[in-house]
Design a protein around this ligand. Structure first.
Ligand code: M6R
Length: 381
């Protein structure tokens, strides 16, 4: 079943180009074989009830763990692309401290298993408390999952099936990437409805999405061996720091979570600009820093935050498209990723961080697919 891979996790990392392709193919009506940009100006078909997305004023997202990280990328997209104020809540917090009721609100539950107790409870609570308080407060629930047959869909009639299929490794990989793809489609659909993006920009982003599967393949092909070799340097490391900004801050969080859950190495993530407000005190030669530095709004800022870490003797690993010559000035080690539109970059920056966590844990001889103390579905509170 592992098809020659040592662990399910690695197999699932390698399934990502296919998963992204099949998620996009399900909801994008474009010509996949032609090199041309999308034929239709509005090719997104999510198949949701029309009333769900009409006259929205805000979005709230409830989720746990890695799905919460996908929600953070979703927030960035919904706010920056569709101009919709969005809050992301840990489901376990929201269910006991719900935010004040606001009208015309879309509530999105994100869960790969579709069975996470806290996420289901938060959605149920939202449904109950909005019952009978007037039309404009009516519950509008949307689920994002790869398990459309799960308990989630009994509670939430509108589902975006991410088409990631079943994931066996306890560490979420392909399901995360597919959840993020679902958020791109939703944000672009809403941007079109709300006219917050020009037709040209929409076309450019859709074309960018279409390129992603081949670009993920490129990252996998170029880095698999390299990251495996690099992992030897970190087998004995005790602490890691991950930094990113903007749309790549959630990817720093996700990279750190992957490392801690399967390798049991302590890892923390911060928005790079926060380092000087405390965490920089942790840095020395024993604490490597992984910096996600993608060209765009915060590129120079991340590079200068990275330099500050290097000045504290931390080994600096850059996830960046900078060429070797340029990168050498800033980073000790580079995990190269193709240069893409900043908005689409999280899909590509995720992959080297998954590989890094995987290879460190595998070299430590750990049970990567079944890490201690963790379960694939957390069906208890
Ligand atoms: O099934 P869900 O997406 O609702 O699960 C949420 C978390 O339990 C899950 O993402 C967990 O953090 C994973 N082990 C992450 O790899």
């Amino acid at each position: 079943e592992k098809q020659g891979f040592k662990h399910f996790m690695l197999k699932e990392i390698y399934e990502q180009p296919g998963v992204v392709r099949s998620c996009l193919e399900s909801y994008l009506e474009i010509n996949w074989t032609s090199q041309e940009t999308s034929s239709s100006p509005y090719p997104i078909r999510l198949g949701l009830e029309e009333s769900l997305l009409e006259n929205l004023e805000q979005v709230q997202i409830v989720a746990c763990g890695t799905s919460w990280h996908a929600g953070l990328v979703g927030k960035y997209l919904l706010e920056q692309v569709a101009q919709l104020p969005t809050q992301v809540h840990y489901a376990s917090e929201f269910r006991y401290a719900p935010t004040p009721l606001m009208p015309h609100t879309l509530t999105i539950g994100v869960t790969q298993s579709g069975e996470t107790a806290d996420t289901l409870a938060a959605l149920e609570m939202e449904k109950q408390r909005r019952n009978g308080v007037g039309e404009k407060f009516q519950a509008r629930l949307l689920g994002i999952t790869n398990r459309p047959e799960s308990s989630l869909s009994r509670l939430v009639p509108n589902i975006i099936d991410t088409h990631a299929g079943i994931e066996i490794g306890v560490a979420a990989t392909k399901t995360f990437v597919a959840q993020v793809i679902a958020f791109y489609l939703l944000a672009l659909d809403l941007a079109h409805r709300r006219q917050t993006l020009s037709r040209d920009r929409l076309g450019v982003l859709i074309e960018g999405l279409r390129q992603l599967p081949a670009q993920i393949e490129q990252v996998l092909e170029s880095q698999e061996r390299y990251v495996e070799a690099l992992a030897h340097e970190f087998v004995e490391t005790h602490d890691f720091i991950y930094i990113g900004r903007g749309i790549n801050f959630p990817i720093a969080l996700e990279g750190a979570l992957k490392l801690k859950e399967i390798s049991y190495i302590h890892a923390e993530a911060y928005p790079a600009g926060e380092m000087k407000h405390g965490p920089i005190a942790l840095l020395d030669a024993k604490v490597p820093v992984v910096a996600i530095a993608m060209p765009g709004t915060v590129f120079d800022k991340v590079l200068s935050n990275a330099q500050e870490a290097r000045a504290r003797d931390s080994q600096l690993i850059g996830v960046t498209p900078l060429d070797e010559e340029e990168a050498r000035h800033t980073f000790d080690v580079v995990l190269p990723v193709p240069e893409v539109d900043e908005l689409l970059s999280p899909i590509l920056t995720t992959v080297p961080l998954q590989l890094l966590a995987y290879h460190i844990a595998a070299l430590r001889g750990l049970d990567v697919d079944q890490p201690r103390n963790l379960a694939k579905s957390v069906t208890v509170e």
